[in-house]
Write a protein that binds this ligand. Structure first.
Ligand code: PEP
Length: 246
C-alpha cells in the first residue's frame, strides 16, 4: 500500500499572521503521526513564515503554482528557485482554477512540470473533468488528453496526480467513492500503459473532501490521498482529515 498523502491547498486565503496561527495550532494536533505524508500550500506571501514554523516537523511546504521559465520578465509570476529558497519541496501544477481563470493549457502545464522537476521540486499535477464533460460521457477522454499533454516526455519520479473533478471543487458535491475509484483506476491504467513506475505514483482525490468523507474515500483501493481546499483552512478539520486517512 502507498503511504497516504494529504495536501492542503489554501488558494488565496490567509495572511502571514493567520498562517502562523494555523500552523501553531495544527502542529500539536498531528504530533507523532508518521503514517501519512502531510503538505501545506499557502499563498506565496506566507511561505517564509510557514517554513520557519514547519522546518522542525515533517510537514512539507508547497507552492500553488510555478512559472515554466527560470527567471525573467514575467510580472507577478514565481520561479522554481524562489519556491526552493522559501523552503518548498513541492508545487501544485495545473489546478483547475489555473486552467479556468489563467488559461493554462496542457502544453503550459507540461512546461511547468518539466521546469519544476528539473529544479527538483516534487509535483502534484491536477487533472479532472467539468460537469458538462462528465454528463457528456467524456470523463476518460478528458483525463487521457490531460495526462498525455501534461506528462509529455516526463518520467513519473517525483510526480503525484490529483484527480479533481471540477464539479466537486468547492461545491460540497463530492464524487461518490465509486466515481473517484473508477477515475483513479483509469489514471492508474493510463500510467501503467504509458510510464515506468506507475504502481508507485500516488493518486490523490480532490473535491469537497471533509473529515466526514475522508475515510470512505481512502477505503477505495486506488485512492492514495487527498488534495483538500476548504476543509484545510481550519486546523482541527485538516487534522481530522489527516487522521482519517490512515
Ligand atoms: C482544491 O482546491 O483543490 C479543492 C479540492 O477544493 P475543495 O476541497 O474546497 O473542494
Amino acid at each position: 500500500m502507498l503511504k497516504p498523502f494529504i495536501a492542503a491547498n489554501w488558494k488565496m486565503n490567509k495572511t502571514v499572521g493567520e498562517t502562523e496561527e494555523f500552523i501553531q495550532s495544527f502542529i500539536p494536533m498531528i504530533e507523532g503521526i508518521t503514517d501519512a505524508d502531510i503538505l501545506i500550500a499557502p499563498p506565496y506571501t506566507s511561505l517564509g513564515a510557514a517554513f520557519r514554523l514547519l522546518q522542525t516537523t515533517n510537514i512539507k511546504l508547497a507552492g500553488q503554482n510555478v512559472h515554466y521559465e527560470e527567471k525573467g520578465a514575467f510580472t507577478g509570476e514565481i520561479s522554481p528557485a524562489m519556491l526552493l529558497a522559501e523552503g518548498c519541496s513541492d508545487v501544485i501544477i495545473g489546478h483547475s482554477e489555473r486552467r479556468q481563470y489563467f488559461s493554462e493549457t496542457d502544453e503550459i502545464v507540461n512546461k511547468k512540470v518539466k521546469t519544476a522537476r528539473k529544479n527538483s521540486l516534487e509535483v502534484i499535477l491536477c487533472i479532472g473533468e467539468s460537469l458538462q464533460e462528465r454528463e457528456g460521457d467524456k470523463t476518460f477522454e478528458v483525463l487521457d488528453r490531460q495526462l498525455t499533454g501534461s506528462l509529455k516526455d516526463m518520467q513519473m519520479a517525483g510526480i503525484s496526480i490529483a484527480y479533481e473533478p471540477i464539479w466537486a471543487i468547492g461545491t460540497g458535491k463530492t464524487a461518490t467513492p465509486g466515481q473517484a475509484n473508477e477515475a483513479h483506476a483509469f489514471i492508474r491504467g493510463w500510467l501503467k500503459k504509458n510510464k515506468d513506475g506507475a504502481e508507485r505514483v500516488r493518486i490523490l482525490y480532490g473535491g469537497s473532501v471533509t473529515p466526514e468523507n475522508i475515510e470512505i474515500l481512502m477505503a477505495q483501493p486506488e485512492v492514495n490521498g487527498a488534495l483538500v481546499g476548504g476543509a484545510s483552512l481550519k486546523p482541527d478539520s485538516f487534522a481530522k482529515i489527516v487522521k482519517g486517512s490512515i
